[in-house]
Design a binder for this molecule. Structure first.
Ligand SMILES: [Zn+2]
Length: 470
């Protein structure tokens, strides 16, 4: 065996593994087994443990992992858009495939048939609980943590536990870290930097967002060092704000990439100013809401860490369409339905304030499912600020597999809901209370969103057929 052959064999084996794994994924999709997106990763790792690191190492600009409770998918898409605009070819995972197999599958399907990854950089959204496993497997260059909210209690008992898991994921690597300065649970994740680069992004008071009042979502706002309730000079939502411990042992770190001003643009777009050092750049987001501004800001800071000029990243992101279901406009017979994914109290608070507060006459459909992808435990709705829906003149429809519990929660909030058990009767009730040319809203957990989307599309098609026939 010549020297040349000894080196060539592993590469051939990588190529073979990639081919077999992708055929398995293809077969699964053809057979409609539903694992087509993650099966290539499972098969590839079975055939060749360590293939994920082999493939990730081929990416000249390395791998970025993005985690946190809310906004992973949106931020990942924005980062991919920013890096693509800077001329990089991006390997990324599809929405929801954020466990280990999903990430490995994205690498495998991003390969050519000779086992080489066709890309310059990997950008992957990663489930919080999976971060240690993926970061040890892949060795990222940058880990981004967006926020930590109470979510799906059947997976995670305590936010402190989630924070500990993410910290393990960070400490398992020498990756740089980019953290949300405004979330005390996140900003505290790196206790000692060592040789590691740690940067922060955050929203400044000058942006004119938030207030001095303390919102009511009941998230953690205790000092991560001593457990005292922290003082806030400014609040955005949940525990996000400008905080300091009264004992003086912890305070919000100074961000390097800051959102310093917000100005509304036309057509629902929001223009904002990002300040980095002495440079100021105007950026824009297609989706309103402070939570979306955090995603844009995090994405701009991420691109900047990878050497992309802030101005270029910001321009690319302004034209990036929203992630599937995160905020989707569906036209149904001349009515505009805004469909939004909500999966925890903080998300509900943000969506109500962003979309509903300024439009009290519109009707709204809330859908709560308790399937595994939604989270089996739905008790978090008792922490959602549904009181803010009382006093609306539009109808409130409750739907989903847990419609009755949702209606009970709404009754405690002073809201009489029209309970509809099936998605199609719920959509009928919503559209029945919305005039042609009018606007209404549907807020849903993950699987409920998929059902509503299908029903709304079918309604829209029927209406179009009817209009054409008339
Ligand atoms: Zn303290």
């Amino acid at each position: 065996v010549s020297h040349h052959d000894a080196r060539a064999t592993p590469r051939r084996f990588v190529a073979l593994t990639v081919v077999v794994a992708r055929l398995a994924g293809l077969a699964s999709r053809l057979l409609r087994r539903g694992h087509g997106r993650t099966l290539p990763g499972v098969v590839a790792e079975r055939l060749q443990p360590g293939i994920a690191a082999t493939l990730a190492n081929q990416l000249p600009h390395g791998v970025v992992l993005i985690t946190g409770t809310n906004g992973k998918t949106s931020t990942t898409r924005l980062v991919a858009a920013g890096l693509t605009a800077a001329g990089m070819s991006v390997v990324t995972n599809s929405s929801g495939s954020n466990l280990r197999q999903g990430v490995v599958s994205a690498l495998v399907t991003g390969c050519n048939l000779r086992g080489r990854v066709r890309g310059d950089v990997g950008v992957f959204e990663v489930d919080e609980a999976t971060l240690p496993l993926i970061s040890t497997t892949i060795g990222p260059r940058l880990i981004v943590v967006l926020n930590l909210f109470r979510d799906q209690l059947d997976r995670f008992q305590e936010l402190d536990e989630v924070a500990a898991v993410i910290r393990r994921g960070i400490e398992a690597t020498d990756a740089s870290v980019l953290l949300n300065a405004d979330d005390p649970l996140v900003s505290h994740l790196v206790r000692s930097r060592g040789a590691r680069t740690v940067e922060f992004f955050g929203i400044e008071e000058s942006a004119g967002l938030g207030s001095r009042e303390r919102p009511t979502e009941g998230e953690s706002d205790r000092c991560p060092r001593c457990g005292r309730q922290m003082d806030y000079s400014h609040m955005f939502y949940a525990q996000l704000g400008h905080y300091s411990c009264p004992a003086g042992d912890y305070a919000r770190p100074a961000p390097t990439v800051m959102l310093t001003r917000v100005a509304s643009g036309g057509g629902g777009a929001v223009r904002f100013v990002v300040t980095h050092g002495d440079q100021r750049h105007v950026a824009a987001s297609n989706i309103p809401g402070t939570y979306n501004l955090y995603n844009s800001l995090a994405a701009i800071a991420t691109c900047h860490q990878l050497g992309v000029p802030v101005a270029r990243a910001a321009t690319a992101m302004a034209s990036c369409p929203p992630a599937f279901g995160r905020s989707e406009l569906i036209d149904v017979g001349g009515r505009t339905v805004t469909l939004v994914l909500v999966k925890n109290p903080a998300g509900y608070g943000q969506v109500i304030r962003t979309f509903l507060a300024g439009d009290p006459r519109s009707s709204v459909l809330l859908a709560l499912n308790d399937r595994p992808a939604d989270g089996r435990d739905v008790s978090w709705i008792w922490d959602a600020p549904l009181e803010e829906l009382s006093g609306r003149s539009g109808a409130v429809v409750a739907s989903g597999t847990r419609a009755r519990e949702l209606a009970l929660r709404l009754r405690y909030a002073g809201v009489d809901a029209d309970v509809r058990s099936t998605p199609s009767s719920a959509v009928d009730a919503l559209l029945g209370r919305t005039a042609v040319g009018g606007r209404c809203y549907a807020l849903a957990t993950y699987t409920a969103m998929l059902e509503l989307r299908r029903v709304l599309r079918e309604h829209g098609t029927r209406e179009r057929v009817r209009r054409v026939a008339a």
